[in-house]
Design a binder for this molecule. Structure first.
Ligand code: SAM
Ligand code: SF4
Length: 475
């Protein structure tokens, strides 16, 4: 991630930027895009916030805990900023992401050490905003007319390769669903799909750089409706079909989806597109229709079960994953039991589960009938125990099977590489003696799964397949 500068030009001496991301994959990817932009501005990335001339906290507002983390982080940075100032060094502190969007100027009132507040739709303006922030406190939480993706540089081949063979590509942002608990429609704005041509161009340049797997991102990615050059509107299924024709790309995934937008064409894509991995993250949130209605989810438990049944009838091995909220206002023991029932009925490969957290500005935050904290905790524990049991069962069922694994990074131990199965399970293998780890990164090989350890599967390479013979990632 190092950017080179002429050593004899002090004006162009590299400054260091540290970006810390909280929250979802979209935030992780936003941080990558900001890093690309900052590299063009002469910043090199540093892992060490204490050593940085610019620190960006890329924040998450989805739950109260996530938002509060930001203020404790700012408190720590304030001390370091003062120490650096005593050494004559400037430190700019920026708050980006969804807390920035939701709280705007309030952040600077509460934490005056912050120099810049920038919302997720304004990252492309960072270079100008940073200049402004040197002279005065600066806030940009606009939803600008221009498309930020038109202004964000595409990452260079070198930068893409540094991130590994699996990459994110944002195709859709924002949300119009207004689930009653969720801040996303307020922090990320209305649902917008990127044009088909822009997505295909970015995917092609990724494939040319050697990327093997693309995860299409969107807050509501299966609501994708991008306009093609001929004026037609493409759904996510159409986009996936076109992406799967790109040479070199071996794997496609997408996240996060809404049950309402799981149309038949997308379900069929799981049968018809070999590059589309057998993995579906489809949040259900709750199993009680009464709670789903109060959540404004626009689907019932039975709708969800019908989708799962249909997908599994076409792709029986698919890994189904989900999100759950427990302790939504008014949730009774019987409602919670409905959630446990839907979990038992579906059998999830893995899932995320959270205690309901009231978010300012959302409909549910105005409702009374809060569930006591102790009840939320007990329900979360019960749900997570069941989900863990299912996850272990799903992973254990892979033992003895041979699955293609895309190797992404060195493993925890010497001589080991870590990769992902088609079901997004982490898999570790020992490479043949004498081989360089780098020669295996970016390859896909058949791996016989032999063992399930705490968080990952272990296996042995059976035979390299597909891309495996084309040389390693770093070659
Ligand atoms: N678009 C996705 C969907 O339709 O389910 C969800 C995206 S949201 C960024 C990620 C997850 O955070 C949600 O699925 C939900 O489980 C959780 N979440 C959102 N708001 C929450 C809240 N107020 N309290 C607890 N969890 C919440
Ligand atoms: Fe939030 Fe997802 Fe509901 Fe949109 S669909 S409001 S992102 S939970």
């Amino acid at each position: 991630m190092t950017v080179q500068f002429p050593p004899d030009n002090p004006e162009r001496r590299a400054k260091r930027a540290h970006i810390k991301s909280f929250g979802c994959q979209m935030n992780v990817h936003d941080a990558e895009r900001m890093a690309d932009l900052l590299a063009r501005e002469g910043y090199e990335a540093t892992e060490n916030a204490d050593d940085a001339d610019l620190v960006i906290l890329n924040t998450c507002h989805i739950r109260e805990k996530a938002a509060e983390k930001v203020y404790s982080e700012i408190g720590r940075l304030r001390v370091r900023k003062e120490e650096r100032a005593a050494q004559g060094k400037e430190t700019l502190i920026a708050v980006a992401g969804c807390v920035a969007q939701a709280e705007g100027g309030e952040i600077i009132r509460r934490a005056p050490t912050v120099d810049l507040v920038v919302g997720p739709q304004s990252y492309h303006r960072l270079p100008d905003l940073l200049k402004d922030a040197r002279g005065r406190k600066t806030i940009d939480t606009d939803f600008p007319d221009e498309d930020k993706f038109d202004h964000l540089p595409l990452p260079s081949k070198k930068r893409l390769m540094a991130r590994g063979p699996s990459a994110f590509l944002t195709v859709q942002e924002g949300c119009d669903k207004f689930c009653s608990f969720c801040v996303v429609p307020f922090t990320r704005g209305a649902e917008v799909s990127r044009p088909v041509e822009a997505v295909l161009a970015e995917a092609n340049s990724m494939a040319e750089a050697g990327v093997k797997e693309i995860m299409l991102l969107g807050q509501n990615v299966n609501a994708y409706h991008g306009v093609a050059p001929d004026g037609s509107v493409w759904s996510l299924a159409g986009l996936l079909e076109s992406l799967s024709e790109i040479d070199g790309l071996a794997r496609l995934r997408y996240a996060t989806s809404h049950p309402r937008d799981m149309d038949e064409a997308l379900i069929l894509a799981h049968r018809d597109l070999p590059k589309l991995m057998p993995y579906l993250h489809l949040p259900v949130q709750a199993g009680s229709d009464r709670i789903l209605r109060a959540m404004n989810r626009k689907h019932k438990a039975a709708d969800y079960l019908r989708i799962i049944e249909r997908v599994r009838s076409l792709r029986p091995d698919i890994a189904i994953t989900s999100d759950f909220i427990v302790g939504f206002p008014g949730e009774t023991d019987a409602d919670f039991e409905d959630t446990m029932r839907i979990v038992r009925e579906v059998g999830f490969a893995t899932a995320y589960s959270f205690k309901y957290s009231a978010r300012p500005g959302t409909k549910a935050a105005e409702a009374g009938d809060a569930v006591p904290e102790a009840v939320k905790t007990a329900r979360l524990h019960a749900l997570q125990a069941l989900l863990l049991e299912q996850q272990n069962a799903f992973n254990a069922a892979t033992i003895g099977r041979t699955v293609p694994v895309l190797f992404e990074k060195p493993g925890r131990h010497a001589g080991q590489v870590a990769g992902k199965s088609p079901y997004l399970q982490a898999v570790h293998v020992d490479i043949p003696k004498g081989d360089e780890i780098s020669a295996w990164l970016g390859r896909i090989a058949d791996v016989r799964i032999t063992e399930l350890r705490s968080n990952s599967l272990h296996g042995e390479i059976v035979s390299p397949v597909g891309e495996a013979d084309r040389g390693g990632w770093a070659a």
